[in-house]
Design a binder for this molecule. Sequence first.
Ligand code: SF4
Ligand code: SF4
Length: 88
Amino acid sequence: MGATKGGKDWTPEYVVSIDHGRCIGCGRCFKVCGRSVLELVEKPFDGDDEFGDDMGNKVMSVKDADDCIGCGACARTCTKKCYTHAPA
Ligand code: SF4
Ligand code: SF4
């Protein structure tokens, strides 16, 4: 448990995983993460994704989960609902 500047309770929700079957590699989450936690990588499977599309060959991955501060910005910006977060 943490606290906001104003002293209100704040529970960080840390990144756990990204669903590569849903990710289209758009990079929106990467742009909002200020902690260099994320990395665009080659799609680790061939062919279509969960939506029946082959939207390119990149997906987002978690490069360094230990640097995550649990702000949740990545999940909020992801229109494909790829993210799983959890408290420590
Ligand atoms: S929760 Fe915040 S710090 Fe963690 S990966 Fe997402 S945007 Fe980056
Ligand atoms: S915002 Fe979602 S769909 Fe876009 S790269 Fe990030 S995880 Fe993938």
